[in-house]
Write a protein that binds this ligand. Structure first.
Ligand code: TZP
Ligand code: MG
Length: 206
């Protein structure tokens, strides 16, 4: 799948550990409501492993295929092939981007960037987009870094006018617009959808 930056507009991230009910149902509702990308992030307390992780990944992957939106895997390079993912999102402590790009020349690759130092040492020419955050406070990620604020989006945008940016961390209906105004191409979110009473309304308002 070729990458279009518009795919970052409403980028939903989730794993079974984020859901109070069947993750397939949660994803189906979010897809029907108009999310533009999905990342399978099966990670942290209560998450699945091994065969169960693979099985759920296959199911969620199929949902995305039906709706023709890009399906990303978080970190798990081995599952990337098994799930025929469209893209891979890696953090600073995961496999180096050079290796990911060599292994997957045609896949969409996203990289998390939280500091100027990370920005300086990252081979941005090898990635398709960067995930920038945590913008606001979040309790969803157990090892979350210090919040960087909207200013960080402005700072990166000033240095890289064309790089596709998706904002992450504490993105909710009320603040999503501020990330776009700061220069992000889109917003990514977990609890804004997994904790929503009405997923359709949440995705629409985001
Ligand atoms: N990376 C930085 S913050 C975060 C991740 C995966 C969690 C975002 O979750 P939420 O619920 O949208 O704040
Ligand atoms: Mg990671």
């Amino acid at each position: 799948m070729t990458f279009k930056r518009e795919a970052l507009r409403k980028y939903f991230i989730m794993g079974s550990q984020n859901c109070h009910r069947d993750p397939n149902a949660v994803l189906e509702e979010a897809l029907a409501a108009g999310i533009t990308a999905f990342q399978y992030r099966e990670k942290g307390t209560g998450s699945l492993n091994g065969k169960e992780k693979l099985q759920l990944g296959k199911e969620l992957r199929e949902c995305c295929r039906k709706h023709n939106i890009p399906f990303f895997i978080n970190d798990d390079i081995e599952l990337a092939s098994a799930l025929e993912v469209d893209g891979i999102h890696v953090g600073q402590d995961d496999m180096p981007i050079e290796e990911v790009r060599t292994k997957f020349p045609d896949k969409i690759i996203g990289l998390s960037i939280s500091t100027q130092e990370e920005l300086n040492r990252s081979p941005l020419d090898l990635v398709d987009y960067i995930g920038v955050g945590p913008i606001f406070a979040t309790s969803t990620k157990e090892d979350s870094k210090q919040t960087v604020g909207l200013e960080w989006i402005h700072t990166i945008r000033a240095q890289f006018p064309n790089i596709p940016i998706v904002a992450i961390g504490g993105i909710q209906i009320e603040n999503a617009h501020s990330a776009i105004e700061a220069g992000a191409d889109g917003v990514s979110f977990i609890t804004a959808v997994t904790e929503a009473e009405d997923i359709k309304e949440a995705v629409n308002k985001l």
